[in-house]
Design a protein around this ligand. Structure first.
Ligand SMILES: [Zn+2]
Length: 117
């Protein structure tokens, strides 16, 4: 985890992450407790430390930001999006990969928060 956070910090000017509710997510997905307290929180801590060492920013996006449900093209927010929907169609005609769309939305929101949008 330390090595990964170091690689990410070295490669990036800033990092934007979603402040995921891991406990709620673990419960929602019925994951084991061990998966719960885990990795993500630790990575966030290490990343924060490594980025700060280099004078870089870790931007934490609010957990309620609709990263998955927001169409990155037309900015429409879907009211419903099942967790099982890995690809979805927006009313604007865009076909969106859930994870790629969310990652781009998180990057854009991070840039906006840093004032570099
Ligand atoms: Zn759209």
């Amino acid at each position: 985890m330390k090595q990964l956070s170091k690689q990410i910090a070295n490669a990036c000017t800033a990092v934007a992450i979603e402040d995921l509710n891991m406990r709620g997510m673990a419960q929602g997905l019925k994951l084991a407790k061990s998966t719960n307290d885990n990795g993500f929180g630790m990575l966030k801590t290490f990343l924060s430390y490594k980025l700060a060492e280099q004078g870089k920013s870790l931007v934490v996006i609010d957990r309620w930001f609709p990263s998955s449900k927001l169409c990155r093209f037309c900015k429409t927010v879907q009211s419903e999006l099942a967790l099982s929907a890995r690809v979805w169609n927006c009313s604007c005609g865009a076909v969106l990969d859930r994870d790629i769309n969310a990652a781009i939305n998180i990057k854009n929101e991070g840039c906006r928060m840093l004032g570099v949008a």
